[in-house]
Design a protein around this ligand. Structure first.
Ligand code: HEC
Length: 125
């Protein structure tokens, strides 16, 4: 960078604006999340509930719909039409705004989220 004709402070300002902009557009929401450590309730609350809601219904604690929920896991009619294997796949590989968690957990872990968390949301209703 030393030999460019732009004043270095200008250049770094420009670069940081570009970087911030692209992070907003193409940012990976799962990037800053920790790896799954086996504490499934805690991981749901910390990593998944921000989009899906603590109760899986895509709403925050005030009942306001969350913008990036995508699916209401408490809707048992819809949930019952979904296969475990598809939910495992979406959890690992992501889909649209749903981030991929394949770097955070194994396939067996993802299956645990389906069985121990997601299926129970529908069963409660
Ligand atoms: C940044 C927001 C976000 C986070 C964090 C997130 N999800 Fe999602 N998830 C979504 C969105 C949006 C969809 C809908 C994707 C679509 O169908 O277009 C979705 C869909 C899903 C689906 C598929 C539902 C269906 O359509 O049948 C599963 C399963 C799922 N998420 C599980 C999880 C799990 C488990 C976690 C945490 C480990 C998690 N999600 C974290 C946003 C998120």
């Amino acid at each position: 960078m030393a030999n460019l004709n732009l004043p270095p402070r200008r250049l770094s300002l420009l670069l940081s604006m570009l970087l911030a902009g692209s992070a907003l557009v193409a940012g990976d929401p799962a990037k800053d999340l920790p790896k799954f450590d086996g504490d499934i309730q805690k991981y749901w609350a910390n990593a998944c509930a921000r989009c899906h809601g603590v109760n899986g219904n895509g709403r925050d604690n005030n009942g306001t719909p969350l913008p990036d929920a995508g699916f209401d896991f408490t809707d048992s009619r819809k949930a019952n039409r979904k296969k475990d294997a598809d939910w495992v796949k979406v959890t690992l590989q992501g889909k649209d705004k749903m981030p991929a968690f394949k770097d955070k957990m194994s396939e067996a872990d993802a299956q645990r989220f389906v069985t121990e968390i997601l299926r129970k949301f529908a069963a409660r209703h």
